[in-house]
Design a protein around this ligand. Sequence first.
Ligand SMILES: [Zn+2]
Length: 190
Amino acid sequence: MWMPQGPRSPRVALVALIAGVLAGCVTLTPEQQETLDDVRRFADATAAAYNVPRIRVNVEPGTNLGIGGRYRQGNFYVNVGMIHSRNLNSLVAHELAHYVLGHDVPVAGASMAQFQLAQELRELDANAKAVEILMRVKGMSEKDAVGTVVAHLRGAQRAVERGGPIAPGHRTPTAEIADLLARYPGNTLD
Ligand SMILES: [Zn+2]
């Protein structure tokens, strides 16, 4: 849920913001709202291209867990801090990839190690599928699509190197880049 932000007193705006955060909602500026509408169109176009039901796109307050977005049970949640990120297309394509790949079903694993491995493989699959989605739905060339996902992962790697956490279920971004480039060989990156 989100609320359109119109002209109102700072006090009313503040109360609305606090109420929104408490209720798990985020107040968006008109600019952010426009970007969110683009994300919704991207999600709808992807659902149409893959012949799967549409999913809801929600905004949620930022976390410091190294997660820019998540997909869960027919809902895509994007952190408010990602709305104006250069990596928004990559993030959205990655979460839509989880959806298209049916990753809602819990991974199977007899041991914690097997469970972790299965999670990591899903993330690698989602990165690769995100490239396909960017090509198929956004009309990008393979080189641009791979470059878009790699740029996102490089940014994540820099955050990890600054002491940030590795997102749960993921390998290091550097390892994810290596896997992606192995799946799309022949892409020379700048
Ligand atoms: Zn993921």
